[in-house]
Design a protein around this ligand. Structure first.
Ligand SMILES: *Cc1c(COP(=O)(O)O)cnc(C)c1O
Length: 361
């Protein structure tokens, strides 16, 4: 019944990808990053599938952490951007969240109103990303201040790489070395630097905890290697069906702006998915789709609720046939490349209209 557009989520692929991450860094532990609704896969289901594998989860904000606790997740949860309001400190204690403190304002809020229960925190060191974090030259002072706050335990230090996705960059090594130098003065602190991409950069330290996100979902973190080449399996298949077909005569156009015209007689199919579902409107004619075991492509502009595809190369295509927009056969990264973006944006952009259907446990 209803519209047959859905995101099929393979939870065993997620577990496989976690194992790939863990095997890349045998001397470190892996915290699973499940922010942005588990990169669009559904945070509760993703965390449930990984709960037996990971000792820690990481999310961007307290609202996401609250969903994990409501779902019965018991591991510590790291808040990658710390807290935003002083009132959140009590919630962090209550929910066993570990905020990453990145600014003087956050640290002052904590020291002026220390928590009345134990709280573990991390400090973010800015090694070159230049978004958040304390400067390396302030590290000693900030560490001392954090340690002076009653009920607060400093768990460790965090940094984030700017260019780890590029195999040839040397900036990551510089960032790595800045953090390693601080770490040598504080061997008792746990250190966390690696995002997904850094798992594939053997020259970088894994340190104590890595923080993979995108690779868990089976999209590539690298600019020049596919997910498949990295041994990752796609966790999401975005699927819909053909809802109408039409034979276009040479010269006839399809859709808004009449941006695409048939050069020869073309069997066109309308697929029941559009940018209202999170399929990127920027995907141009020629973006691959998978129908009846055959790769074909979109034609014309993506509408809110539908898009058009070329069925000419597809044998026996008819209304009701299933269509894969991305997943097992069409890597999300390939669609993203056509649309001028990255897999991250497409996965997190699948809208609430699309039901998530879970396979595997
Ligand atoms: C999102 C995020 C990650 C995970 O990054 P991926 O590229 O998805 O692996 C790790 N650390 C921080 C601080 C993040 O914000």
């Amino acid at each position: 019944m209803g519209r047959e557009t859905r995101a099929r989520i393979d939870l065993t692929a997620l577990q496989h990808n976690f194992t790939v991450a863990a095997e890349r860094v045998p001397n470190a532990r892996v915290m699973a990053v499940v922010k942005a609704d588990g990169y669009g896969h559904g945070i509760e289901a993703v965390a449930g599938a990984l709960a037996g594998h990971t000792e820690r989860f990481a999310v961007a904000c307290i609202e996401e952490a609250q969903r994990l606790r409501k779902a019965g997740i018991s591991q510590p949860v790291v808040l990658l951007q710390g807290f935003h309001q002083a009132g959140d400190i009590a919630s962090c204690c209550e929910l066993q969240l570990e905020p990453v403190i990145h600014s003087g304002q956050q640290l002052n809020a904590l020291s002026s109103t220390p928590p009345d229960q134990p709280l573990r925190i991390w400090l973010k060191i800015n090694t070159g990303m230049n978004r958040l974090g304390f400067s390396p030259s302030a590290a000693d002072q900030v560490i001392a201040l954090a340690r002076s706050i009653s009920n607060v335990t400093l768990a460790g230090l965090v940094t984030h790489y700017a260019c780890a996705d590029d195999r040839n960059d040397d900036f990551s090594q510089q960032q790595n070395d800045v953090l390693a130098a601080i770490s040598r003065r504080y061997p008792e602190l746990e250190i966390s630097a690696a995002n997904s991409a850094a798992h594939f950069r053997d020259e970088l330290d894994a340190f104590d905890w890595t923080r993979p996100g995108i690779m868990l979902y089976g999209a590539t973190p690298m600019t020049s290697q596919s997910a498949r080449e990295l041994g990752l399996k796609p966790a999401m298949s975005l699927e819909s069906v053909i809802t109408a077909t039409r034979m276009l005569a040479p010269g006839e156009s399809v859709g808004y702006g009449a941006s695409w015209r048939a050069e020869s007689e073309t069997l066109m199919g309308i697929v029941c998915i559009g940018y209202g579902d999170g399929y990127p409107r920027h995907a141009p004619s020629g973006t691959p789709v998978w129908i009846n075991g055959q790769r074909t492509a979109t034609i014309g502009r993506v509408s809110m609720d539908m898009l058009a595809v070329d069925l000419t190369p597809v044998a026996d295509a008819k209304v009701g046939d299933p269509v894969e927009l991305w997943g097992q056969h069409i890597p999300v990264d390939e669609v993203a490349a056509h649309a001028g973006t990255i897999g991250y944006e497409l996965l997190t952009g699948v809208t609430a209209r699309v039901p998530r259907i879970y396979n595997g446990v």
